[in-house]
Design a protein around this ligand. Structure first.
Ligand code: WT7
Length: 651
């Protein structure tokens, strides 16, 4: 830390960060998108999105670009297209049938190479099978699968026939799966016997059996054989290899309306009934594909692109399936966990396939930091040219580590802010244009009008903080919550009249660049100051001994809330008696004394959701000495016991 940093800096100067990373000259010179795109979109926003839509192949052009009846939007009205045709067939027709769509890598080391021509056949067969199973346009199909090639094939088969898929992440329980099947009234469930996780087959079919028991809407369960585990054969079950394999590999895609539903995806919300986020066809594919082209500077002829997310999350929908395939990309899909069979598995995959673009999450990056720099150093990763991050605010130190140890200090890192609801990236640097600041999502993409406002809905000046909002509709926005328009209005459009409110806090720095500060529910009130958990966490992670940190506000009789920090130390760091004092002083020095944590607890793990987000609610229970609340959305429920054991006053 620079000694001139004043400890009494006001909180509006939190996260002052003076490191900048200019785009590499060669990347900038050949970038897909130049600074003109911002000007073009500012001059004629709808015209900009029309040109983005023209990157797709339409069976019938739209007549109105945007029909906006707040808060209900229709994009590319009366346009007709088939998403699967755009993602698959058109590349084959253009002579790229032999091009690899997916390099698939199974966890046990098996692999498959799937070209666009292969994909066309597989998707056609699956579409024919769905039709035979009685699934038609508008019907809902629940998909509960491991990360195997049949997963994207299933999504595309649904899209092809106009059935609405609802992918449920394979880590969810039978109860969670059942509630999602019921909410969408799904007719078919597609699953597998199991998948490989952490070096062993992990069963999925028994969870489906339990979920669909006495469930009347489900007519069939279509089962892929992946692990060869024994499965119970129920009356409604059919094997993929029996039903799909014998189908014709020819299928004529029918055009669908731009506003026909494409999919429902339930948000993992920590409270309340899950929300079925509804995405439609034309606008969604337009923005998923344009952002993938722009934010990753994708060159389909030469890039090997790898997004490490699970297709069960929106990141996988938009940036493993729809965006990359619409762009004719070659992608890697990996089935398993990053530490199987060893902690260098990701880097081994980068080396093996010569991955050029890598898109992953801060939670993974912090884990790799914890495992140590020596692990990635063993692999040749010189192919990498763009790195991306998504899912949570990325702490500046994690950003710098990622750029340095994965990107050899050469690669731009794009911190992409978006949500299940936004469907595609909204705020991000562009790798050939932006001089990026570590930890900042920087600027709304061309065509996106986002702002930070105060509680009176006034735009805050540079240097100010408040609520992130989106001021204008965008093509891939959610259209509603499935079956519940009122909840859609209440959740996203009621807090600030006329603006979309994503629920995140943000700050504009002196240059007007945007810093995301986490969910507004996670903002703490300490002696009259609003302090974001993200900022204190980033200050902690900037200490060389800290790998990960989670911060919560605990009720305090004097200060309203007091800052309590849970810290995981880096691999080799020694706890030492004074570590807590050292870290408290470090935060005070970095952010100001007001942000000094009351308490620092060194813990072995942090509670996270299955998508890797820290569950601060549970840590607040610990910090306030309450019994721990609902842990059903935790990825690993034993973590809370590990934490409780480490506490002075075990909760
Ligand atoms: C929430 C959305 C977008 C796909 C994965 C998560 C947080 C996401 C960032 C980022 C700061 C981020 C926000 C957002 N978030 N990306 N780059 N910087 N925060 O999708 O599960 O719908 O979660 O994730 O809080 O609202 P999701």
């Amino acid at each position: 830390m620079a000694p001139e940093r004043e400890t009494q800096e006001t909180l509006s100067n939190l996260l002052r960060e003076d490191r900048r990373f200019e785009p590499p000259a060669d990347l900038a010179a050949a970038a897909n998108v130049t600074a003109e795109a911002y000007e073009e979109a500012a001059r004629d926003r709808l015209g900009f999105w029309e040109r983005a839509a023209e990157r797709l192949t339409w069976a019938q052009r739209w007549d109105t670009t945007l029909d906006w009846q707040p808060p209900f939007a229709k994009w590319f009205v009366n346009g007709k297209l088939n998403v699967a045709y755009n993602c698959v067939d058109r590349h084959v027709e253009a002579g790229n049938g032999d091009k690899v769509a997916y390099h698939w890598e199974g966890e046990p080391g098996d692999s498959r190479t799937i070209t666009y021509a292969d994909l066309q056949k597989e998707v056609s067969k699956a579409a024919n099978a769905l039709t035979e199973l009685g699934v038609g346009k508008g019907d809902r199909v629940a998909i509960y699968m491991p990360m195997i090639p049949e997963l994207p094939v299933s999504l595309l088969a649904c899209a092809r026939i106009g059935a609405i898929h609802s992918v449920v992440f394979g880590g969810f329980s039978a109860t969670a799966l059942r509630s999602r099947i019921d909410d969408a009234d799904a007719k078919l469930v597609i699953t597998a016997d199991g998948g490989y996780r952490r070096g062993a087959p992990s069963a999925l079919k028994p969870t489906v059996d339990e979920a669909v028991k006495d469930c009347e809407s489900v007519e069939h369960v279509l089962v892929v054989r992946r692990t060869g585990q024994d499965v119970e054969q129920n009356e409604r079950d059919v094997w993929w290899h029996d039903v799909v394999e014998r189908q014709s590999d020819q299928h004529t895609p029918e055009p669908h309306d731009a506003e026909d539903p494409l999919y429902i995806l339930y948000t993992s919300g920590t409270t309340g009934k899950p929300k079925g986020i509804l995405h439609t066809t034309g606008g969604y594919l337009t923005q998923a594909s344009w952002t993938h082209h722009a934010v990753f500077d994708l060159k389909p002829e030469t890039d090997i692109y790898w997004c490490t997310a699970d297709i069960g999350w929106v990141t996988g929908h938009s940036y493993i399936v729809y965006g990359p395939l619409a762009n004719g990309a070659t992608s890697v899909i990996y089935e398993g966990t990053p530490d199987t069979p060893h902690r260098g598995r990701f880097w081994e995959i980068v080396q093996k396939y010569k991955v050029t673009i890598l898109y992953t999450a801060p939670t993974a990056i912090r884990t790799f930091m914890k495992w140590g720099d020596d692990i990635p150093a063993k692999f040749d990763m010189s192919s990498l040219r763009v790195l991306g991050s998504v899912g949570e605010p990325i702490n500046p130190e994690a950003y710098v580590w990622y750029r340095q140890h994965i990107g050899a200090g050469r690669t731009p890192v794009v911190d992409t802010w978006w949500q299940t609801e936004t469907g595609a990236i909204m705020i991000s640097p562009l790798p050939g244009i932006t001089a990026a600041k570590p930890g900042a999502a920087m600027q709304p993409l061309p065509g996106i009008v986002a702002d930070v406002i105060d509680d009176q809905a006034q735009s805050v000046p540079n240097g100010g903080g408040g609520f992130l909002v989106v001021r204008e509709p965008w093509p891939s926005m959610l259209r509603t919550i499935w079956g519940d328009d009122q909840r859609y209005i209440d959740t996203y459009w009621s807090r600030f009249d006329g603006f979309y409110f994503p629920g995140d806090g943000a700050k504009k720095d002196e240059d007007g660049d945007l810093w995301l500060l986490g969910r507004v529910d996670d903002v703490m009130l300490v002696s009259g100051h609003n302090i974001s958990t993200t900022e204190v966490e980033s200050a902690l992670v900037s200490h060389p001994k800290v790998a990960e940190a989670a911060v919560v506000g605990a009720t305090d009789p004097v200060t309203t809330q007091a800052i309590v920090s849970f810290v995981i130390l880096r691999g080799a760091a020694d706890e030492g008696a004074d570590i807590a004092k050292e870290l408290r002083d470090h935060v005070a020095k970095t952010l100001g004394p007001i942000a000094k944590p009351r308490q620092i607890l060194i813990v072995p793990e942090l509670p996270k959701t299955r998508s890797g987000k820290i569950m601060r609610r549970l840590l607040r229970d610990v910090a306030e000495n309450r019994s721990i609340g609902d842990v059903t959305t935790l990825a690993d429920s034993s973590v809370m016991n590990l934490i409780a054991e480490k506490l002075p006053s075990a909760a």
